[in-house]
Write a protein that binds this ligand. Structure first.
Ligand SMILES: [Zn+2]
Ligand SMILES: [Zn+2]
Length: 441
């Protein structure tokens, strides 16, 4: 048996099951669900995996499921992941009545995952691989609905707002050596982009507490929380020139509550913000400056302030050897010269957290048009967007685990993780805190 024969078998299986794979992806598109609410989407995955004779564990973090394709096998474990959740874009023509829609293409990843799983299961290639293939459908990649997630947290259902963070905490990656997934992206005519790097972030909720008074007859008796917030935002602007270009800092606060009623001096003003940067050090540096800026606003007018820090996602780190394998596989599928090497993203992905713990592969795949999270986002070529990466992922697993898993072992040998689960959780818990300063007597 050669690698070439195994890959041919897998590709044939995906072609033979293409309608089933695409149908499953379309079905997920037609029932979009936000993070930690993906019950229908998880069920679609469970049904498909069980139809292949697999034993499925679910839920794994409120929703989501996990299965091992060849549990009896020893050797390195490779996890193949796909994200379950949709996003909210009201203007999207295919959004549901509440505005929820798969405008980040996670249904595409799910289709690709299904393709890879079906192919590995029905083609008989698993018995020629010397390592385990673990499959996880992961909840809540989009960092949204913070109030809802806060409630889940208070009810003890989750600790972290991001699905992969929560799965790491729950130990679902403890027996995993390498993780991989793909994400859709408009690449024009190109087929794929390997080795994207991205920003990490810290999320925060800010509350300024002042003192209400009649805005017309006695403003001097009040403490204006909106003035404090306005100053806080201006102070952040004054920090921007201190951010290093290479840290790619992004700070984007919004006011979510500006006061109660116009003729009363605002006493309760709320903001949300992300502080993003390319490195953990950059994130922490910018975050300290932003907190100082926010606190100075409260100090200036004598208001109180409460800042709740929420750990966001870590930057994605690339594993060159995995990127190279995946690139070769995409090229072998008829896309020579159509793979971009490297990409700079100042947004964030929760897969970044995994890349601090193990070798990780997160290519971006074309076949779609329109920017992520916009009304323009749509699949234009299902073959390229779903079936091609299904094959390339399965091929990459074959490369890694064939012949005593020699390639996987070599990658693991030369890889030093920046964190382990313990230091990761410690870092996350360190960020998670509430800072308050009182100036009102
Ligand atoms: Zn997204
Ligand atoms: Zn996404």
């Amino acid at each position: 048996m050669t690698i070439k024969t195994l890959k041919e078998r897998v590709a044939r299986a995906i072609d033979e099951h293409s309608e089933q794979i695409l149908e499953a992806s379309r079905k997920i598109f037609s029932q979009p669900e936000l993070g930690y609410k993906e019950h229908h989407t998880t069920q679609i995955a469970i049904d498909l995996f069980e139809s292949l004779g697999l034993e499925v564990e679910s839920p794994i973090a409120v929703t989501g499921c996990r299965t091992v394709l060849n549990p009896q096998q020893s050797g390195p474990s490779v996890a193949i992941l796909a994200e379950l959740d949709a996003i909210m874009v009201h203007e999207h023509p295919l959004a549901d009545p509440s505005g929820v829609v798969h405008a980040c293409g996670h249904n595409i990843q799910m289709g690709g995952l299904f393709g890879a799983v079906i192919a590995l299961m029905v083609s008989g290639v698993l018995e020629h691989l010397d390592g385990r293939v673990v499959v996880m459908t992961t909840p809540a990649e989009e960092f949204v609905e913070l109030e809802y997630r806060q409630q889940l947290r208070e009810a003890g259902e989750i600790e972290f707002f991001g699905g992969k963070q929560e799965l790491i905490r729950r130990g679902y990656f403890e027996d995993i050596d390498i993780s991989m997934m793909f994400h859709a992206l408009d690449l024009g005519e190109k087929a794929a982009l390997v080795g994207p790097v991205s920003n990490g972030f810290i999320g925060k909720k800010v509350r300024y507490i002042g003192k209400s008074s009649h805005a017309g007859s006695a403003p001097e008796e009040g403490i204006n929380a909106l003035n404090a917030a306005t100053l806080g935002m201006m102070n952040i602007q004054a920090q921007r020139e201190t951010f290093k270009d290479r840290d790619r800092v992004r700070v984007h606060p919004i006011i979510t509550k500006g006061g109660d009623i116009v003729n009363v001096i605002p006493s309760d003003v709320r903001m949300e913000a992300y502080v993003r940067a390319r490195t953990i050090e950059g994130m922490i540096d910018a975050n300290e400056k932003v907190n100082r800026a926010l606190k100075a606003g409260a100090y200036a007018v004598g208001a109180d302030i409460e800042i709740t820090e929420i750990p966001g996602y870590l930057p994605i780190l690339r594993t060159d050897s995995l990127d190279e394998l995946f690139k070769q596989n995409v090229e072998a599928l008829g896309f020579a010269g159509e793979v971009i090497d490297g990409g700079d993203f100042t947004g964030s992905f929760d897969f970044g957290d995994l890349s601090h713990l193990m070798p990780a592969l997160h290519p971006m795949i074309g076949g779609v048009r329109g920017a992520l999270h916009t009304k323009e986002f749509a699949v234009i070529d299902e073959q390229k967007a779903i079936l091609m990466p299904a094959k390339a992922m399965a091929f990459t697993i074959i490369d890694l685990l064939f012949d005593h898993a020699a390639q996987a072992e070599a990658i693991l040998e030369s890889f030093t993780p920046l964190m382990n689960r313990e230091s990761y959780l410690q870092f996350m818990q360190q960020i998670s805190k509430t800072i308050s300063e009182r100036h009102m007597s």
